[in-house]
Design a protein around this ligand. Structure first.
Ligand SMILES: C[S@@+](CC[C@H](N)C(=O)[O-])C[C@H]1O[C@@H](n2cnc3c(N)ncnc32)[C@H](O)[C@@H]1O
Ligand code: SF4
Length: 463
Protein backbone atom coordinates (compact mmCIF):
# COMPACT_ATOMS: atom_id res chain seq x y z
CA UNK A 1 0.00 0.00 0.00
CA UNK A 2 1.42 3.41 -0.85
CA UNK A 3 0.98 6.73 0.89
CA UNK A 4 -1.41 7.81 -1.79
CA UNK A 5 -3.62 4.72 -1.60
CA UNK A 6 -4.17 4.88 2.18
CA UNK A 7 -6.58 7.76 2.34
CA UNK A 8 -9.02 8.51 5.14
CA UNK A 9 -11.98 8.12 2.80
CA UNK A 10 -10.89 4.55 2.00
CA UNK A 11 -10.55 3.38 5.57
CA UNK A 12 -13.15 0.83 6.53
CA UNK A 13 -15.82 1.85 8.98
CA UNK A 14 -15.46 0.19 12.34
CA UNK A 15 -15.25 0.73 16.04
CA UNK A 16 -15.25 4.40 16.83
CA UNK A 17 -12.58 4.34 19.46
CA UNK A 18 -9.71 6.55 20.41
CA UNK A 19 -9.14 8.48 23.54
CA UNK A 20 -12.11 10.38 24.78
CA UNK A 21 -14.55 8.70 22.43
CA UNK A 22 -16.40 7.44 25.46
CA UNK A 23 -20.06 8.07 24.95
CA UNK A 24 -22.78 6.87 27.30
CA UNK A 25 -23.34 3.23 26.52
CA UNK A 26 -19.98 2.64 24.89
CA UNK A 27 -17.79 -0.14 26.22
CA UNK A 28 -14.85 2.25 26.50
CA UNK A 29 -13.20 2.08 29.87
CA UNK A 30 -15.51 -0.58 31.26
CA UNK A 31 -13.63 -3.37 33.02
CA UNK A 32 -14.77 -6.10 30.59
CA UNK A 33 -13.10 -9.50 30.54
CA UNK A 34 -9.38 -9.58 30.08
CA UNK A 35 -9.90 -12.90 28.29
CA UNK A 36 -12.31 -11.43 25.76
CA UNK A 37 -11.33 -9.53 22.69
CA UNK A 38 -9.25 -6.56 23.71
CA UNK A 39 -11.16 -4.48 21.18
CA UNK A 40 -9.26 -1.43 20.04
CA UNK A 41 -5.73 -1.13 21.36
CA UNK A 42 -6.39 2.63 21.34
CA UNK A 43 -8.92 2.94 24.16
CA UNK A 44 -7.16 5.73 25.94
CA UNK A 45 -3.82 7.48 26.29
CA UNK A 46 -3.37 7.29 30.07
CA UNK A 47 -0.86 9.94 31.05
CA UNK A 48 -2.58 10.79 34.29
CA UNK A 49 -5.24 9.36 36.56
CA UNK A 50 -8.04 10.22 37.03
CA UNK A 51 -8.74 11.80 33.65
CA UNK A 52 -9.95 15.40 33.60
CA UNK A 53 -13.36 14.32 32.24
CA UNK A 54 -14.01 12.81 35.68
CA UNK A 55 -13.60 16.20 37.38
CA UNK A 56 -16.76 17.80 38.75
CA UNK A 57 -17.61 21.00 40.69
CA UNK A 58 -16.71 21.03 44.40
CA UNK A 59 -19.62 22.30 46.49
CA UNK A 60 -18.66 24.16 48.56
CA UNK A 61 -15.43 25.32 46.98
CA UNK A 62 -12.22 24.38 48.82
CA UNK A 63 -9.76 26.99 50.17
CA UNK A 64 -6.47 26.56 48.29
CA UNK A 65 -4.51 27.06 51.48
CA UNK A 66 -6.25 24.05 53.08
CA UNK A 67 -5.86 21.89 49.96
CA UNK A 68 -2.09 22.37 50.12
CA UNK A 69 -1.70 22.65 53.93
CA UNK A 70 -0.37 19.15 54.61
CA UNK A 71 1.42 18.71 51.28
CA UNK A 72 5.21 18.60 50.90
CA UNK A 73 6.23 21.62 48.83
CA UNK A 74 9.88 20.89 48.30
CA UNK A 75 9.79 18.92 44.98
CA UNK A 76 6.98 20.48 43.01
CA UNK A 77 6.27 20.44 39.29
CA UNK A 78 5.17 23.79 37.87
CA UNK A 79 3.10 23.53 34.70
CA UNK A 80 1.91 26.54 32.70
CA UNK A 81 -0.79 26.19 30.06
CA UNK A 82 -0.74 28.47 27.02
CA UNK A 83 -4.09 27.85 25.32
CA UNK A 84 -3.32 29.40 21.93
CA UNK A 85 -2.37 28.00 18.54
CA UNK A 86 -1.79 29.15 15.00
CA UNK A 87 -4.33 26.53 13.75
CA UNK A 88 -6.85 23.94 14.99
CA UNK A 89 -5.65 20.51 13.87
CA UNK A 90 -8.26 17.97 12.78
CA UNK A 91 -7.32 15.39 15.45
CA UNK A 92 -6.79 17.74 18.38
CA UNK A 93 -9.03 18.13 21.41
CA UNK A 94 -6.53 19.99 23.56
CA UNK A 95 -7.73 23.08 25.39
CA UNK A 96 -6.63 25.74 22.95
CA UNK A 97 -7.98 28.63 20.94
CA UNK A 98 -6.70 29.03 17.40
CA UNK A 99 -5.67 32.42 16.01
CA UNK A 100 -6.79 34.44 19.06
CA UNK A 101 -7.12 38.18 18.98
CA UNK A 102 -3.84 39.73 20.29
CA UNK A 103 -5.78 41.48 23.08
CA UNK A 104 -6.94 38.05 24.33
CA UNK A 105 -3.32 36.90 24.61
CA UNK A 106 -2.21 40.08 26.41
CA UNK A 107 -5.16 39.79 28.82
CA UNK A 108 -4.33 36.12 29.41
CA UNK A 109 -0.74 36.85 30.43
CA UNK A 110 -1.88 39.61 32.80
CA UNK A 111 -4.37 37.21 34.37
CA UNK A 112 -1.70 34.52 34.61
CA UNK A 113 0.43 36.93 36.63
CA UNK A 114 -2.49 37.68 38.99
CA UNK A 115 -3.24 33.96 39.35
CA UNK A 116 0.39 33.11 40.12
CA UNK A 117 0.55 35.90 42.74
CA UNK A 118 -2.66 34.65 44.40
CA UNK A 119 -1.37 31.06 44.46
CA UNK A 120 2.06 32.15 45.72
CA UNK A 121 0.43 34.07 48.59
CA UNK A 122 -1.56 30.97 49.63
CA UNK A 123 1.18 28.38 49.34
CA UNK A 124 4.08 30.31 50.81
CA UNK A 125 7.63 29.25 49.96
CA UNK A 126 7.88 26.36 47.50
CA UNK A 127 10.72 24.58 45.73
CA UNK A 128 10.14 23.81 42.07
CA UNK A 129 12.02 20.71 40.94
CA UNK A 130 10.81 20.67 37.35
CA UNK A 131 8.80 22.85 34.97
CA UNK A 132 6.90 22.57 31.71
CA UNK A 133 5.15 25.05 29.48
CA UNK A 134 2.58 23.35 27.32
CA UNK A 135 -0.58 24.00 25.40
CA UNK A 136 -1.75 24.70 22.87
CA UNK A 137 1.45 26.12 21.49
CA UNK A 138 3.57 28.18 23.90
CA UNK A 139 5.79 29.43 21.07
CA UNK A 140 2.69 31.01 19.54
CA UNK A 141 3.47 33.80 22.03
CA UNK A 142 5.45 36.73 20.66
CA UNK A 143 8.89 37.47 22.13
CA UNK A 144 7.53 40.29 24.40
CA UNK A 145 4.80 37.92 25.62
CA UNK A 146 7.36 35.19 26.35
CA UNK A 147 9.31 37.78 28.37
CA UNK A 148 6.14 38.53 30.37
CA UNK A 149 5.69 34.82 31.03
CA UNK A 150 9.20 34.31 32.38
CA UNK A 151 8.81 37.40 34.61
CA UNK A 152 6.13 35.43 36.50
CA UNK A 153 8.60 32.66 37.35
CA UNK A 154 11.19 35.15 38.58
CA UNK A 155 8.89 37.60 40.42
CA UNK A 156 6.45 35.20 42.06
CA UNK A 157 8.26 31.91 42.52
CA UNK A 158 11.88 33.13 42.54
CA UNK A 159 12.84 30.25 40.27
CA UNK A 160 16.47 30.42 39.29
CA UNK A 161 17.28 27.12 37.66
CA UNK A 162 15.12 24.07 37.04
CA UNK A 163 14.77 21.61 34.15
CA UNK A 164 12.22 23.24 31.86
CA UNK A 165 10.48 21.76 28.84
CA UNK A 166 8.45 23.78 26.33
CA UNK A 167 6.17 22.73 23.47
CA UNK A 168 6.38 24.29 20.03
CA UNK A 169 4.98 23.94 16.53
CA UNK A 170 7.19 24.42 13.44
CA UNK A 171 5.38 27.51 12.15
CA UNK A 172 5.83 29.42 15.42
CA UNK A 173 9.53 29.06 16.25
CA UNK A 174 11.93 31.83 15.28
CA UNK A 175 15.66 32.18 15.96
CA UNK A 176 14.90 35.16 18.28
CA UNK A 177 12.39 33.27 20.39
CA UNK A 178 14.69 30.24 20.60
CA UNK A 179 17.65 32.41 21.65
CA UNK A 180 15.51 33.91 24.41
CA UNK A 181 14.33 30.48 25.58
CA UNK A 182 17.89 29.14 25.62
CA UNK A 183 18.98 32.17 27.65
CA UNK A 184 16.15 31.52 30.14
CA UNK A 185 17.49 28.03 30.72
CA UNK A 186 14.98 25.98 28.70
CA UNK A 187 16.46 22.48 28.75
CA UNK A 188 14.11 20.69 26.36
CA UNK A 189 12.03 21.73 23.39
CA UNK A 190 9.31 19.43 22.11
CA UNK A 191 8.34 20.01 18.50
CA UNK A 192 5.07 18.76 17.05
CA UNK A 193 6.12 17.52 13.64
CA UNK A 194 3.50 14.76 13.22
CA UNK A 195 4.69 14.03 9.67
CA UNK A 196 7.41 15.42 7.40
CA UNK A 197 5.00 15.05 4.50
CA UNK A 198 2.60 17.94 3.88
CA UNK A 199 0.01 15.59 2.32
CA UNK A 200 -0.01 13.30 5.38
CA UNK A 201 -0.44 16.34 7.62
CA UNK A 202 -3.28 17.55 5.44
CA UNK A 203 -4.96 14.13 5.73
CA UNK A 204 -5.21 14.53 9.51
CA UNK A 205 -6.29 18.14 9.27
CA UNK A 206 -2.98 19.86 10.03
CA UNK A 207 -1.96 22.52 7.56
CA UNK A 208 1.85 22.37 7.69
CA UNK A 209 4.62 23.03 5.20
CA UNK A 210 7.57 20.60 5.08
CA UNK A 211 9.89 23.59 4.57
CA UNK A 212 8.76 25.08 7.92
CA UNK A 213 9.53 21.81 9.68
CA UNK A 214 13.09 21.61 8.34
CA UNK A 215 13.73 25.30 9.12
CA UNK A 216 12.37 24.92 12.66
CA UNK A 217 14.48 21.85 13.37
CA UNK A 218 17.64 23.56 12.10
CA UNK A 219 16.91 26.66 14.21
CA UNK A 220 16.35 24.51 17.33
CA UNK A 221 19.60 22.62 16.80
CA UNK A 222 21.40 25.97 16.28
CA UNK A 223 19.86 27.52 19.41
CA UNK A 224 21.86 25.52 21.92
CA UNK A 225 18.75 24.20 23.73
CA UNK A 226 20.23 20.90 24.92
CA UNK A 227 17.40 18.47 24.31
CA UNK A 228 15.02 18.06 21.37
CA UNK A 229 11.89 15.93 21.30
CA UNK A 230 10.03 15.23 18.07
CA UNK A 231 6.35 14.20 18.12
CA UNK A 232 5.15 12.06 15.22
CA UNK A 233 1.63 10.67 14.64
CA UNK A 234 0.90 7.39 12.90
CA UNK A 235 -2.52 6.39 11.72
CA UNK A 236 -3.49 7.57 8.30
CA UNK A 237 -0.23 7.15 6.36
CA UNK A 238 1.12 4.07 4.58
CA UNK A 239 3.88 1.90 6.08
CA UNK A 240 6.26 3.31 3.47
CA UNK A 241 5.39 6.89 4.31
CA UNK A 242 5.72 6.11 8.05
CA UNK A 243 9.12 4.61 7.46
CA UNK A 244 10.15 7.78 5.64
CA UNK A 245 8.84 9.95 8.54
CA UNK A 246 10.86 7.88 11.00
CA UNK A 247 14.08 8.19 8.96
CA UNK A 248 13.63 11.92 8.59
CA UNK A 249 13.06 12.32 12.33
CA UNK A 250 16.06 10.13 13.18
CA UNK A 251 18.29 12.20 10.89
CA UNK A 252 17.95 15.06 13.44
CA UNK A 253 19.12 12.71 16.22
CA UNK A 254 16.47 13.92 18.68
CA UNK A 255 17.15 13.09 22.32
CA UNK A 256 13.51 11.96 22.63
CA UNK A 257 10.90 10.73 20.20
CA UNK A 258 7.18 10.47 20.93
CA UNK A 259 5.36 8.24 18.45
CA UNK A 260 1.63 8.78 18.97
CA UNK A 261 -1.05 6.58 17.48
CA UNK A 262 -3.72 8.78 15.95
CA UNK A 263 -6.50 9.13 18.53
CA UNK A 264 -9.80 10.06 16.99
CA UNK A 265 -11.67 12.19 19.47
CA UNK A 266 -15.18 13.61 19.75
CA UNK A 267 -15.89 17.12 18.51
CA UNK A 268 -12.65 17.20 16.49
CA UNK A 269 -12.55 17.40 12.69
CA UNK A 270 -11.60 13.71 12.38
CA UNK A 271 -13.99 12.65 15.17
CA UNK A 272 -16.90 13.66 12.98
CA UNK A 273 -15.77 11.21 10.28
CA UNK A 274 -16.35 8.10 12.45
CA UNK A 275 -13.51 6.05 11.00
CA UNK A 276 -11.18 3.51 12.57
CA UNK A 277 -7.53 2.77 11.96
CA UNK A 278 -6.96 -0.01 14.50
CA UNK A 279 -5.17 -2.80 12.58
CA UNK A 280 -3.16 -0.37 10.55
CA UNK A 281 -2.09 1.57 13.64
CA UNK A 282 -0.83 -1.63 15.25
CA UNK A 283 1.29 -2.42 12.16
CA UNK A 284 2.64 1.13 12.20
CA UNK A 285 3.38 0.83 15.94
CA UNK A 286 5.53 -2.27 15.40
CA UNK A 287 7.36 -0.67 12.49
CA UNK A 288 8.00 2.50 14.51
CA UNK A 289 9.23 0.62 17.55
CA UNK A 290 11.59 -1.63 15.58
CA UNK A 291 12.98 1.22 13.49
CA UNK A 292 13.84 3.52 16.37
CA UNK A 293 15.15 0.71 18.55
CA UNK A 294 17.52 -0.30 15.74
CA UNK A 295 18.63 3.33 15.55
CA UNK A 296 19.72 3.22 19.21
CA UNK A 297 16.62 4.36 21.06
CA UNK A 298 15.31 2.76 24.23
CA UNK A 299 11.56 2.30 24.68
CA UNK A 300 10.31 4.01 27.84
CA UNK A 301 6.58 3.57 27.22
CA UNK A 302 4.30 2.69 24.34
CA UNK A 303 4.88 6.17 22.90
CA UNK A 304 8.14 7.38 24.35
CA UNK A 305 11.61 6.51 23.03
CA UNK A 306 14.86 7.96 24.32
CA UNK A 307 18.26 8.02 22.67
CA UNK A 308 20.54 5.64 24.56
CA UNK A 309 23.36 7.13 26.58
CA UNK A 310 21.51 10.37 27.36
CA UNK A 311 21.50 9.74 31.09
CA UNK A 312 18.40 10.27 33.16
CA UNK A 313 17.10 13.71 33.93
CA UNK A 314 18.42 14.38 37.42
CA UNK A 315 15.45 15.79 39.27
CA UNK A 316 14.01 14.83 42.62
CA UNK A 317 10.44 15.24 41.28
CA UNK A 318 8.46 11.97 41.13
CA UNK A 319 5.10 12.20 39.37
CA UNK A 320 3.47 9.39 41.39
CA UNK A 321 4.36 11.04 44.69
CA UNK A 322 4.95 14.80 44.36
CA UNK A 323 2.54 17.64 43.73
CA UNK A 324 1.97 19.75 40.65
CA UNK A 325 0.91 23.39 40.45
CA UNK A 326 -0.89 24.30 37.25
CA UNK A 327 -0.96 27.89 36.07
CA UNK A 328 -3.43 29.11 33.48
CA UNK A 329 -6.83 28.17 32.15
CA UNK A 330 -6.92 24.45 31.32
CA UNK A 331 -3.92 23.55 33.54
CA UNK A 332 -4.31 20.80 36.10
CA UNK A 333 -2.91 20.78 39.63
CA UNK A 334 -2.32 17.71 41.77
CA UNK A 335 -2.01 17.15 45.47
CA UNK A 336 -2.06 13.63 46.91
CA UNK A 337 -5.83 13.75 47.44
CA UNK A 338 -7.20 16.58 45.32
CA UNK A 339 -6.73 16.97 41.58
CA UNK A 340 -8.20 20.14 40.15
CA UNK A 341 -8.44 22.35 37.05
CA UNK A 342 -10.75 24.81 35.39
CA UNK A 343 -13.48 23.02 33.40
CA UNK A 344 -12.43 21.46 30.12
CA UNK A 345 -13.85 22.09 26.62
CA UNK A 346 -13.06 21.21 23.02
CA UNK A 347 -15.37 23.49 21.06
CA UNK A 348 -13.83 26.85 20.24
CA UNK A 349 -16.84 28.85 21.48
CA UNK A 350 -16.78 27.02 24.84
CA UNK A 351 -13.03 27.55 25.14
CA UNK A 352 -13.50 31.27 24.43
CA UNK A 353 -16.14 31.48 27.18
CA UNK A 354 -13.85 29.73 29.69
CA UNK A 355 -10.96 32.05 28.79
CA UNK A 356 -13.23 35.03 29.38
CA UNK A 357 -14.23 33.63 32.78
CA UNK A 358 -10.55 33.11 33.63
CA UNK A 359 -9.85 36.76 32.81
CA UNK A 360 -12.71 37.89 35.05
CA UNK A 361 -11.51 35.78 38.02
CA UNK A 362 -10.82 37.61 41.26
CA UNK A 363 -7.98 36.95 43.71
CA UNK A 364 -10.46 35.06 45.87
CA UNK A 365 -11.48 32.85 42.89
CA UNK A 366 -7.82 31.94 42.39
CA UNK A 367 -7.49 31.10 46.07
CA UNK A 368 -10.27 28.52 45.95
CA UNK A 369 -10.57 25.18 44.20
CA UNK A 370 -13.94 24.83 42.51
CA UNK A 371 -13.63 21.91 40.10
CA UNK A 372 -11.79 18.61 40.34
CA UNK A 373 -11.70 15.15 41.88
CA UNK A 374 -11.00 13.87 45.40
CA UNK A 375 -8.94 10.67 45.20
CA UNK A 376 -9.93 7.87 47.54
CA UNK A 377 -7.28 5.53 48.96
CA UNK A 378 -8.18 3.08 46.18
CA UNK A 379 -7.72 5.81 43.53
CA UNK A 380 -4.32 6.71 44.97
CA UNK A 381 -3.26 3.07 44.61
CA UNK A 382 -4.62 2.90 41.06
CA UNK A 383 -2.75 6.08 40.17
CA UNK A 384 0.56 4.60 41.28
CA UNK A 385 -0.17 1.37 39.37
CA UNK A 386 -1.10 3.24 36.19
CA UNK A 387 1.78 5.72 36.27
CA UNK A 388 4.37 2.99 36.77
CA UNK A 389 2.96 -0.07 34.99
CA UNK A 390 2.60 1.71 31.65
CA UNK A 391 6.30 2.65 31.73
CA UNK A 392 8.92 0.17 30.53
CA UNK A 393 10.55 0.27 33.98
CA UNK A 394 7.36 -1.21 35.45
CA UNK A 395 6.00 -1.30 38.97
CA UNK A 396 8.15 -1.78 42.07
CA UNK A 397 6.16 -4.36 44.05
CA UNK A 398 8.03 -3.80 47.31
CA UNK A 399 7.70 -0.04 47.01
CA UNK A 400 3.94 -0.42 46.54
CA UNK A 401 3.76 -2.70 49.58
CA UNK A 402 5.75 -0.24 51.71
CA UNK A 403 3.50 2.62 50.69
CA UNK A 404 0.07 0.94 50.88
CA UNK A 405 0.64 -2.09 53.12
CA UNK A 406 -0.72 -4.56 50.57
CA UNK A 407 0.67 -6.62 47.72
CA UNK A 408 -0.37 -5.04 44.43
CA UNK A 409 -1.49 -8.42 43.00
CA UNK A 410 -3.86 -8.84 45.96
CA UNK A 411 -5.17 -5.29 45.62
CA UNK A 412 -5.71 -5.65 41.87
CA UNK A 413 -6.40 -9.29 40.87
CA UNK A 414 -6.94 -8.10 37.30
CA UNK A 415 -3.14 -7.87 37.07
CA UNK A 416 -2.97 -11.65 37.50
CA UNK A 417 -5.30 -11.99 34.52
CA UNK A 418 -2.97 -9.78 32.50
CA UNK A 419 -0.07 -12.04 33.53
CA UNK A 420 -1.97 -15.16 32.40
CA UNK A 421 -2.61 -13.45 29.13
CA UNK A 422 1.16 -12.93 28.75
CA UNK A 423 0.81 -9.17 28.88
CA UNK A 424 2.58 -8.87 32.20
CA UNK A 425 5.78 -10.38 33.52
CA UNK A 426 5.60 -10.90 37.29
CA UNK A 427 8.66 -11.37 39.50
CA UNK A 428 8.98 -11.12 43.29
CA UNK A 429 10.08 -7.51 42.95
CA UNK A 430 8.54 -6.13 39.79
CA UNK A 431 5.61 -6.13 37.39
CA UNK A 432 6.69 -5.27 33.84
CA UNK A 433 4.61 -5.24 30.66
CA UNK A 434 5.72 -7.75 28.05
CA UNK A 435 6.29 -6.65 24.47
CA UNK A 436 2.68 -7.51 23.62
CA UNK A 437 1.38 -5.88 26.80
CA UNK A 438 3.24 -2.70 25.92
CA UNK A 439 1.58 -2.61 22.48
CA UNK A 440 -1.81 -2.85 24.22
CA UNK A 441 -1.00 -0.18 26.86
CA UNK A 442 -3.87 2.00 25.74
CA UNK A 443 -6.32 -0.83 26.30
CA UNK A 444 -4.78 -2.05 29.55
CA UNK A 445 -4.76 1.41 31.16
CA UNK A 446 -8.51 2.05 31.23
CA UNK A 447 -9.17 -1.46 32.60
CA UNK A 448 -7.47 -0.26 35.79
CA UNK A 449 -9.71 2.78 36.26
CA UNK A 450 -12.09 2.54 39.21
CA UNK A 451 -15.79 2.02 38.51
CA UNK A 452 -16.61 5.50 39.80
CA UNK A 453 -14.01 7.22 37.60
CA UNK A 454 -15.19 5.22 34.58
CA UNK A 455 -18.81 6.21 35.24
CA UNK A 456 -17.90 9.88 35.62
CA UNK A 457 -15.94 9.73 32.36
CA UNK A 458 -18.83 8.06 30.58
CA UNK A 459 -21.29 10.62 31.94
CA UNK A 460 -19.12 13.53 30.90
CA UNK A 461 -20.86 15.74 28.38
CA UNK A 462 -18.36 16.82 25.73
CA UNK A 463 -18.57 20.49 24.92
C1 LIG B 1 0.48 20.38 22.48
S1 LIG B 1 0.76 19.44 21.03
C2 LIG B 1 2.44 19.83 20.59
C3 LIG B 1 2.82 21.27 20.30
C4 LIG B 1 2.11 22.02 19.23
N1 LIG B 1 0.82 22.42 19.69
C5 LIG B 1 2.01 21.28 17.94
O1 LIG B 1 0.95 20.75 17.66
O2 LIG B 1 2.98 21.25 17.20
C6 LIG B 1 0.91 17.86 21.71
C7 LIG B 1 1.14 16.67 20.83
O3 LIG B 1 0.16 15.70 21.14
C8 LIG B 1 -0.05 14.86 20.03
N2 LIG B 1 -1.49 14.72 19.84
C9 LIG B 1 -2.46 15.62 20.13
N3 LIG B 1 -3.66 15.11 19.80
C10 LIG B 1 -3.45 13.88 19.29
C11 LIG B 1 -4.29 12.87 18.76
N4 LIG B 1 -5.61 13.03 18.69
N5 LIG B 1 -3.73 11.73 18.33
C12 LIG B 1 -2.38 11.56 18.41
N6 LIG B 1 -1.55 12.48 18.88
C13 LIG B 1 -2.07 13.62 19.31
C14 LIG B 1 0.63 15.49 18.82
O4 LIG B 1 1.74 14.71 18.47
C15 LIG B 1 1.05 16.85 19.34
O5 LIG B 1 2.28 17.22 18.81
S1 SF4 C 1 -1.99 19.72 17.74
FE1 SF4 C 1 -0.93 21.47 18.61
S2 SF4 C 1 -1.16 23.11 17.03
FE2 SF4 C 1 -2.65 21.55 16.56
S3 SF4 C 1 -4.50 22.29 17.59
FE3 SF4 C 1 -3.51 20.81 18.97
S4 SF4 C 1 -2.29 22.03 20.30
FE4 SF4 C 1 -2.80 23.34 18.54
Amino acid sequence: MTAQTFQISQISQGLATGFGNAQPGSSYGSPGSPYGSPGSPYGSYVYSYPHKTSYRPFTPVLPLEEVWAAEPKDHLFLYTHIPFCEMRCGYCNLFSQSRPDPSLVTGYLETLYRQAAAIGACLGPITVAEMAIGGGTPTFLSLPDLEKLFRIYRDIFQIKKSPLSIEASPGTVTAEKLAFLAEQGVTRLSLGVESFDSKSCKAIGRPQKASHVAAALQAIRDSGIPSLNIDLIYGSQSLERWSEDLSQALAWEPEDLYLYPLYVRPLTGLGRQNTSWDDHRLALYHLGRETVQKAGYEQLSMRHFKKRGQGDLQTPYRCDRDGMIGLGCGARSYTRQIHYASPYAVRQDHIAALLQKFKESSESDFQHVSHGYRLSHDDQQRRVVLLSLLQASGLDRNGFHRRFGVDVLMAFPLLQDFAQRSWLCVTDDHLVLTEEGMAFSDWIGPQLFSGSVTRLMEDYVWQ
